[in-house]
Design a protein around this ligand. Structure first.
Ligand SMILES: Cc1cc2nc3c(=O)[nH]c(=O)nc-3n(C[C@H](O)[C@H](O)[C@H](O)COP(=O)(O)OP(=O)(O)OC[C@H]3O[C@@H](n4cnc5c(N)ncnc54)[C@H](O)[C@@H]3O)c2cc1C
Length: 362
């Protein structure tokens, strides 16, 4: 390897790390200019089966670099408030888009990206992580670190899979309750849904311990009958919810992307989408520097500027949605706002576009 070769070191083994490596290849970086942690063949079961809603924008970005596993298209999103009048629907057809997004599991997504990266490595040997001195280190290991700024929502997510009675025809549901949001996402198998039920930690733990019929009855009372009977068809997994923001790195040759930079509440399904936009924009900026023979560590300040608006807005909106409806005084206003949104097609479509393509681009 020539001593003046510039190497990007990627610390991480998850979807954002692999997407960055693939986006860099697309920008013309050969495999010997990229070093990435070994990609695990097996994932822990709680991560393997996690359902992920990818926005249409993320789906399109990833489809350029990998062959994605079959996924369930989200054709409409129904947003409602439990016990109040507000409700709004967003349709892919209103945006003239094939879907608002797609739902797949973390495991198949991981393997699709790993296969695409392995194919690139077969055509050119990768950089040796121990030998090469990186010009730039990108932290994409999913962990914002101990010095991160933490916001505790006092909520735990109960995750499970359900078989439902009625076909939802591509509908995803987001129901805001006074305990926290409850989401049902369509899965690639017919009449199968992923449940993300956020509530106070003691309530979530109690529900996780109920026998299946009692659990299903409580869920039906909370969600309503839009999908008919709901049958539990998996283990129930509890995940405590915090938002964590990484403290800025003092070393200008290091920067963080994806969950290593910001780990969000899952309410709006934005965590991975934001991380993929981080990776895409970083690869584009590095491609520009490389094309003009500049040092790659010049990217850090430009990257921070380029990502400030999207990151700030996505964190703020996600934080607000996670808790807004749990405060009775403002829940009424939100109900009015949702009702108004249903009448105002342009506003509703702007919200749908922001979910599909990222808030900054709406
Ligand atoms: C309940 C829930 C639902 C979510 N739903 C969505 C959604 O619908 N849409 C969306 O865009 N985002 C969603 N997210 C967020 C999304 O999972 C993360 O933003 C995304 O995985 C970050 O990717 P990454 O590559 O930066 O980090 P990752 O590498 O995926 O790291 C994320 C976490 O997984 C751990 N981890 C990763 N690999 C391993 C391994 N091999 N062994 C053990 N631990 C590992 C990390 O340590 C870290 O804690 C959700 C998150 C949660 C908790």
């Amino acid at each position: 390897m020539s001593s003046d070769r510039q190497v990007v070191r990627i610390e991480g083994r998850g979807p954002v790390a692999m997407a960055l490596a693939l986006f860099l290849s697309r920008q013309g970086f050969d495999a010997a200019s990229i070093s990435i942690d070994p990609i695990p063949a097996e994932l822990p079961p709680w991560l393997e089966s996690r359902s992920i809603a990818l926005s249409l924008g993320s789906w399109q970005l990833l489809s350029r670099v990998a062959t994605l596993a079959p996924a369930a298209p989200i054709l409409r999103v129904e947003v409602s408030l439990r016990g109040r009048a507000g409700r709004t629907r967003m349709h892919a057809a209103d945006l003239r888009a094939p879907a608002l997004g797609y739902v797949l599991r973390y495991g198949p997504l991981h393997r699709a990206l790993a296969a695409a990266w392995a194919a690139r490595q077969r055509s050119a040997p990768p950089a040796d992580a121990d030998e090469a001195t990186p010009t730039l280190t990108v932290i994409a290991d999913g962990e914002p670190g101990t010095a991160s700024k933490v916001r505790d929502f006092d909520q735990t997510a109960l995750l499970a899979e359900l078989v439902v009675d009625r076909d939802g025809h591509g509908a995803a549901f987001e129901r805001f309750t006074d305990e926290g949001p409850l989401a049902l996402l369509p899965l690639p198998q017919a009449r199968r849904y992923a449940l993300v039920w956020c509530a106070r930690p003691d309530e979530a733990a109690r529900r996780a311990a109920l026998d299946a019929p009692a659990f299903e009855a409580e869920l039906l009372a909370m969600f309503g009958g839009a999908l008919g009977a709901l049958r539990l068809d998996s283990d129930r997994v509890l995940t405590p919810l915090q938002r964590r923001l990484r403290a800025a790195d003092v070393d200008p040759r290091r920067l963080a992307i994806g969950n290593a930079a910001q780990a969000l509440h899952p309410v709006a399904g934005q965590g991975l989408n934001l991380g993929l936009r981080d990776a895409f924009e970083l690869a584009a900026l590095l491609g520009e520097l490389r094309a003009s023979d500049r040092r790659l560590d010049e990217v850090t300040a430009r990257f921070a500027r380029a990502r400030r608006a999207d990151r700030g807005l996505t964190v703020a909106v996600t934080d607000t949605l996670a808790q807004a409806f749990t405060f009775p005084a403002i829940a009424r206003l939100e109900s009015l706002a949702l009702g108004a949104l249903d009448l105002a097609a342009p506003a509703r479509n702007a919200l749908a576009a922001s979910l599909a393509f990222g808030l900054r681009n709406a």
